[in-house]
Design a protein around this ligand. Structure first.
Ligand code: ADP
Ligand code: MG
Length: 674
């Protein structure tokens, strides 16, 4: 029976239902899945030493002849294998592997890879890896060469995975018959890439580091090409969409800008220009407004909205939470007071959009479920976008005849490399400057042992701020958990709030978390805003966009548990007013000096720009960790680097050519390495 890439792995000789089940845990179902399951690192056992050298170094790979095998049946079954070479003898100890008694035969020559364990004066070599020696090193599968270490699962070690792939390789002639190369010869030449079957052979069974490099280069290209196809396909689709072009109502816009209590920053002005330019075209705008917390994205969107309404169309503003939608509703009512604009709030409890045209609708994602949307919708603004999806666009497309213009605002700055790789076709306006009046939030890395000092300092700070029987300074204290957990050894709101109540005796301490009812949450925030509460203990529910100008101090405990982007979001909850603001990041007691966790937190304390923090986080932890793999929709690369924009651009060029020749990229995508 001949195998295909899509054949189930059970069609491979030696893989039955049982083993297939285990492979399935690694998401390996087909022959292709198995071949694309590649090592994440290599172990080099290619340099072979003598027994003498092994004894001196304490570890390594050596070649030896079996001298004697004996098994003692004690509580544990202990098999002792005596081996020798020209330089000496050595005893190897195996536990509960009595089959060795039969399989290791006197006189046979084996490769062993091992480590010496020393207890007191006794030196032992426990359970060394072994493989029978073959004349041709390429015939060795496990030892005497570079061997790949794979993502494993219970009952499926790298050794087994390796041997199954090796069998398959022999059966299919170095995969040449099996793997169809999605790229043609010309392309391979142009980009100096090896064929897919060579790359897969080399990535699994390299003879040298060079092999690994060549293979990785090819596989990285495939991964980028997949993304490139996605970006270019999307771009092609969008080219066909039409929306209503709008005039730039300069006079009204200028009146509005003059009515603001501040001047726009250069970055804000530039973003406004770019947006108005986009929306003056028939091609729908698709722009990301990428800016730091507090950089003033709202007012930029307000200008775009104002222009839309004054052109006679409607606009929708989507916020991530009801609280934030309400906040926006208030803000827009205030700033548009003299501009005669119909504004409607649409949140889950009140879902009817009256069919009046030419208005601004502010709401949550509940709007997406509205059966009818204004016929004249021409601008959609999505605020604090955490997810990297285009689903919303798709949603609106079904409901409106023409495509509205889209403006997406980030919750936290997104590094350039990520917007390129993920958003590809999207245009980006960056706001890097902060409004002038805004002071830097003084951020301190506070070692765990200084924790109590820190709280005492805060207590004094609050007490000092007392004016007319009101304490002016207010504090957030953030914990990772709501309540204590058996699984996670982390601090919890409901526990620590008791400790803080004692510590802040005389002041009002209260708590907030996601499991409270919406009503209670709102009441708490209202009390906090009205300064009835001085210390608000919370989980990260307060992360998103809550604006309380007199909150000046943020404390984050177990801070190493949070991503830097998230910490930065949290820090952005203070420093909203004119007063000096502080942020303290306190690690848990288990974080060691000079550990990577501590270094990350210190970097955070020393850098106030959200862009810098996000870039650092992406660099040091990778996109999966930073943005959460599953929900983010960010592509996960096995080989390619998300920072390799050059490679992406090359791949995009190629994708464009392929798409022009043949609109069906499916064939290529099916065969590309993933
Ligand atoms: P974000 O970008 O995080 O959404 P906001 O739009 O909420 O930030 O703006 C934060 C605060 O800064 C608001 O109170 C807003 O009125 C104010 N603001 C915006 N732009 C400026 C500016 N150019 N100068 C001074 N204050 C500004
Ligand atoms: Mg905002």
């Amino acid at each position: 029976m001949s195998l295909f890439t899509k054949s189930p792995i059970t069609e491979i000789k030696g893989i039955g239902e049982k083993l297939a089940e285990k492979f399935s845990k690694l998401n390996i179902e087909t022959v292709q899945d198995l071949l694309f399951h590649i090592p994440f690192r290599y172990q080099d056992t290619s340099s072979i030493i003598s027994i003498q050298e092994f004894k001196e170094r304490g570890e390594g790979t050596f070649l030896a002849q079996i001298e004697k095998v004996s098994t003692a049946y004690l509580r544990k079954k202990i098999t002792t294998v005596r081996v020798k070479d020209d330089t000496g003898f050595l005893n190897l100890t195996y536990f509960n592997q009595t089959y060795l008694q039969k399989s290791l035969k006197k006189g046979d020559i084996y490769l062993f890879s091992a480590k010496i364990t020393q207890r007191g004066n006794r030196k032992n070599v426990y359970n060394p890896k072994f493989e029978i020696f073959k004349e041709d090193p390429q015939k060795q599968t496990d030892l005497g060469k570079l061997v790949g270490i794979y993502p494993e699962t219970k009952g499926l070690s790298s050794r087994i995975i390796r041997s199954k792939i090796s069998d398959l390789q022999k059966e299919t002639g170095y995969f040449k018959k099996l793997l169809k190369d999605p790229l043609d010869k010309e392309t391979l030449n142009e980009f100096r890439l090896i064929s897919l079957s060579d790359a897969i052979s080399k990535i699994h069974f390299p003879e040298s580091q060079e092999d690994i490099d060549d293979a990785r280069k090819r596989l990285a290209f495939d991964e980028m090409l997949r993304i490139a196809f996605k970006i270019e396909t999307q771009a092609l689709k969008q080219q066909k969409e039409v929306s209503e072009p709008m005039d730039i109502k300069s006079e009204i816009l200028n009146d509005f800008i003059k009515s603001l209590p501040f001047e726009l920053t250069d970055d804000q002005n530039k973003a406004v220009e770019e947006i108005l330019e986009d929306t003056s075209k028939e091609k729908p705008m698709n722009r990301l407004l990428n800016g730091d917390v507090g950089s003033g994205k709202t007012v930029v969107s307000a200008i775009a909205i104002l222009n839309t309404i004054k052109n006679g169309y409607s606009s929708i503003l989507i916020a991530p939470t009801t609280v934030l939608a309400k906040q926006h509703y208030e803000t827009f009512n205030k700033i548009f007071k003299n501009f005669n604009i119909d504004i409607e709030l649409c949140i889950s409890t009140k879902k009817i959009i009256k069919r009046v045209d030419n208005k601004l609708i502010i709401g949550t994602h509940a709007i997406l479920y509205e059966k009818e949307l204004p016929k004249d919708l021409n601008l959609v603004v999505i605020d604090e976008q955490h997810r990297f999806g285009v689903e919303q666009r798709e949603y609106f497309k079904e409901k409106t005849e023409k495509s509205p213009h889209y403006l997406t605002m980030t919750a936290t700055p997104i590094p350039r490399s990520l917007t390129e790789v993920f958003f590809g076709g999207l245009n980006v306006s960056e706001i890097r400057q902060k409004p002038k009046y805004q002071k830097e939030i003084k951020t301190y890395f506070t070692p765990y042992r200084k924790r109590e000092d820190c709280f005492n300092w805060i207590k004094n700070k609050i007490k000092e701020s007392k004016k007319n029987s009101i304490y002016e300074n207010q504090v957030f204290v953030i914990y990772p958990l709501i309540e204590e957990s058996e699984k996670l050894n982390a601090k919890a709101v409901l526990v620590e709030v008791e400790y803080l109540k004692k510590l802040f005796k005389g002041l009002n301490v209260d708590f907030l978390h996601g499991r409270l009812k919406e009503k209670d949450k709102e009441k708490l925030l209202k009390d906090f805003r009205e300064k009835k509460i001085q210390v608000l203990v919370s989980t990260t529910v307060i992360e998103v966009g809550i604006d309380i100008p007199d909150a000046t101090i943020m404390v984050i405990e177990d801070a190493e548990r949070f991503g830097l982007a998230q910490l930065h979001q949290l820090r952005g909850r203070v420093g909203r007013g004119e007063k000096e603001s502080y942020c303290f990041v306190i690690p848990s007691s288990s974080v060691e000096k000079n550990s990577p966790s501590q270094k990350r937190l210190i970097y955070f304390a020393n850098h106030n720009s959200g862009f810098e923090v996000a870039e650092y986080d992406l660099e040091s932890r990778g996109p999966g960790e930073v943005y959460g793999l599953r929900q983010s929709g960010i592509p996960v690369f096995k080989v390619a680097s998300i920072h390799d924009i050059k490679l992406l651009n090359k791949a995009r060029k190629l994708a464009k050519i392929y798409l022009k020749e043949d609109n069906n990229s499916e064939k290529i995508l099916q065969n590309l390495f993933r």
